[in-house]
Design a protein around this ligand. Structure first.
Ligand code: FAD
Length: 380
């Protein structure tokens, strides 16, 4: 009987694990000893970092979308049918159509999602660039903007921790190019006492803000938003008026994780930081934004983790002892405007050290945006 590997999620992490596994174990798959099934909620795979560029009309999301089937190696069975329940007692996944998928090994890569209902008023009035629909709506507002106050609010945890900083730098330069920067008040807010949770990033960003005249407010936690008055009320007692409110609310894990009672209070799965096994489950691996690990929720994180999960699964399926460990590695480009970027590279033990932004790094980021599909397929 074939051993069933079920991979939940067809985003960055789930796709990389599926392809790595299918390529390395193609002989076992051909002989019917192993079956690899990917269950996902969407037939299309969207490269989410494109939202940042799409929000300022420098990219089209359609150009960064591929049919999920086209990204998978032969040997992976794709099921587009969202999982509704993970039954860890019976080792099976149940999907919305009522189908049941038994597993010997389960990989969970179901992502993280902004919760726009986390604060009263937010869903009615806030814009965002964290969903495809939100990005398209925001693009129209930002493109037609002729002046006024743009406020950015952030709550944690959220994916791509540097994206809000990148957007604010891009908006600064966009409106300079347009010749209306003096009419635009940009206010970036952050929940703790500095501009970013990663201290070296905050230290790098603050002089950039000062140089560019970008305003900021730290210790700024949204309590509610008044959609009629267009005012953000904070837990700290301030009232912040806005013309456009761009909000990155706290994220939650996927609904199936919450419904299966596998997550913490935010729906993130307690995960071993080195082996990436779900705490208490020897046959379940977790990666990407779905984990509760103290690392950035980023595509690069999912990528580095995918190699560990796939290699350890291969060892286990071949009867060997798994020997790969995740070291907390994350790599993120940071756009510092329209034509320059820096990057941060860090791990559990090594803090990030942003370097001065250059045009070359910006072009590397743009090049990676195009090469992502090779990376997802496991070619790069
Ligand atoms: C604006 C923005 C900019 C970003 N920029 C960067 C960047 O520059 N660099 C970087 O490294 N990262 C960046 N990211 C973050 C990156 O996109 C995510 O961290 C990455 O996609 C996480 O991969 P994942 O596999 O964990 O989740 P995802 O890629 O989100 O995939 C989750 C998958 O789970 C599926 N799913 C959900 N529920 C179910 C269910 N019930 N049943 C089955 N399937 C389900 C979904 O359909 C999806 O296929 C950015 C994100 C945003 C929003």
């Amino acid at each position: 009987m074939a051993k069933n590997v079920v991979i939940l999620g067809g985003g960055t992490g789930g796709t990389m694990v599926a392809n790595h596994l299918a390529r390395t174990m193609r002989s076992e798959i051909k002989r019917g000893e192993i079956s690899v099934t990917q269950i996902t909620a969407d037939a299309d795979h969207v490269y989410q970092p494109s939202f940042l560029f799409a929000a300022i009309n420098h990219a089209r999301i359609e150009d960064y979308t591929r049919p999920q089937q086209s990204l998978l190696s032969p040997g992976v069975n794709l099921v587009v049918d969202p999982a509704t329940k993970i039954d860890t007692g019976a080792n099976k996944v149940i999907t919305a159509s009522g189908a049941t998928f038994p597993y010997d090994k389960l990989v969970i890569a179901t992502g993280a999602y902004p919760d726009f209902n986390s604060m009263p008023g937010l869903a009615e009035v806030a814009d965002n660039f964290y969903t495809a629909e939100g990005t398209v709506k925001l693009r129209e507002k930002l493109t037609n903007f002729t002046g006024g106050k743009i406020v950015i609010t952030i709550d944690v945890p959220h994916k791509c921790p540097v994206a809000p900083l990148e957007l604010v730098f891009m908006l600064d330069e966009l409106y300079r190019e347009k010749g209306i920067r003096d009419k635009v008040d940009l206010l970036y807010t952050y929940p703790i006492g500095r501009l970013h949770s990663l201290e070296p990033v905050a230290t790098w960003a603050q002089p950039e803000f000062e140089k560019r005249g970008i305003n900021w407010e730290c210790f700024c936690n949204v309590d509610s938003v008044d959609p009629q008055k267009k005012v953000v009320n904070t837990l700290e007692g301030s009232e912040i008026p806005f013309d456009i409110l761009i909000s990155i609310p706290a994220h939650k894990g996927a609904q199936v994780i919450i419904d299966s009672e596998l997550g913490d209070e935010g729906g993130f799965i307690p995960t071993d930081r080195y082996t990436l096994k779900a705490d208490g489950y020897d046959n379940i691996y977790v990666l990407g934004d779905a984990t509760n690990l103290p690392v950035s929720k980023a595509g690069s994180t999912a990528h580095y983790e995918a190699d560990v999960v796939a290699e350890n699964l291969i060892s286990e399926l071949r009867g060997l002892t798994p020997s790969h460990y995740y070291d907390g590695k994350v790599f993120c480009f940071v756009e510092a405007g329209l034509n320059k970027a820096t990057y941060v590279s860090f791990s559990y033990t090594k803090p990030p050290t942003p370097t001065p932004p250059t045009e070359m790094i910006h072009w590397f980021k743009l090049a990676f945006n195009e090469m992502y599909w090779l990376s997802a397929r496991g070619i790069l």
